[in-house]
Ligand binder design. Structure first.
Ligand code: ADP
Ligand code: MG
Length: 231
């Protein structure tokens, strides 16, 4: 996995522990994890040009090694509908970041396809000092934060392990279809979990990985935010 190796090597050389969202998403793509289409822009004009190529609505996000939680820094704008909104959004994010952390290094702004709302799920990995790479799966939002309804398994995982992690959640009925919500694509989620397992087994330098949220759809799934922290 050539791009993955290059990205990890470069981060090490620069003494960076947190990978940029762009880097994390390139790595995810190389391992077959679906992510939202994106392009890095370095100016308002570039952002508007790229938005035209990707198609509306658009999400803009700050790319900075000094900003880990982008929303908290005013670094995320969603649902931008035309080139003017994108160009203004670009300016707005730069302004917000300067207010939040005047000396933050700004790599650029990510112009990103806006994923339609799906059922939000989370895949994580954490390197446990005793058990090694451990994978986590849960539903997003309150299910993780308040109800702690998540399952862990030590990697490497088989598709059957991954399936169990999904179906044994208390909230599983939400993925299985209810009222007006069609069932989520469980095979797509199994693939993401297994690919994550493969990735962290291949790259032992990964200390933490967070795909949060992933939108699960009736057909397929898409990772909206990816974070990777190295040892
Ligand atoms: P952070 O977690 O660093 O604050 P995220 O990239 O997770 O930043 O963005 C914050 C929220 O914005 C996400 O949880 C999601 O609800 C929404 N969001 C971000 N990117 C997209 C996207 N490409 N499509 C749809 N929604 C998005
Ligand atoms: Mg996030």
């Amino acid at each position: 996995m050539k791009q993955t190796k290059n990205i990890i090597d470069q981060a090490k050389q620069e003494g960076r522990k947190a990978l940029l969202e762009t880097e994390a998403k390139i790595i995810c793509s190389e391992y077959g994890i679906p992510v939202t289409r994106f392009n890095l822009a370095k100016s308002e004009t570039e952002a508007a040009e790229q938005a035209e190529k990707i198609g509306y609505p658009i999400v803009l996000k700050i790319v900075s090694p000094d900003i880990i939680h982008k929303t908290d820094a005013g670094g995320v704008l969603v649902n931008l509908k035309n080139a003017t909104e994108v160009a203004n959004g670009y300016k707005k994010i730069i302004e917000n970041i300067k207010k939040h952390k005047a000396d933050a290094k700004i790599v650029g702004i990510l112009v990103q396809e806006m994923a339609p709302q799906g059922t939000e799920v989370i895949v994580g990995a954490i390197k446990d000092p005793q058990f090694g790479q451990t994978i986590m799966f849960g539903l997003g939002g309150i299910f993780v934060e308040m109800l702690k309804d998540v399952n862990f398994r030590v990697a490497p995982l088989t598709p059957d392990d991954a399936k169990e992690m999904i179906t044994k959640l208390k909230a599983f009925p939400l993925l299985n279809g209810y009222r007006n919500t069609p069932p989520s694509d469980i095979d797509a989620l199994i693939n993401i979990i297994c690919s994550t397992s493969r990735l962290v087994m291949d790259v032992p330098e990964i200390k933490e990985l967070d795909l949060n949220p992933i939108m699960a759809y009736n057909k397929g799934a898409k990772t909206v935010d990816a974070r990777i922290i190295l040892e």
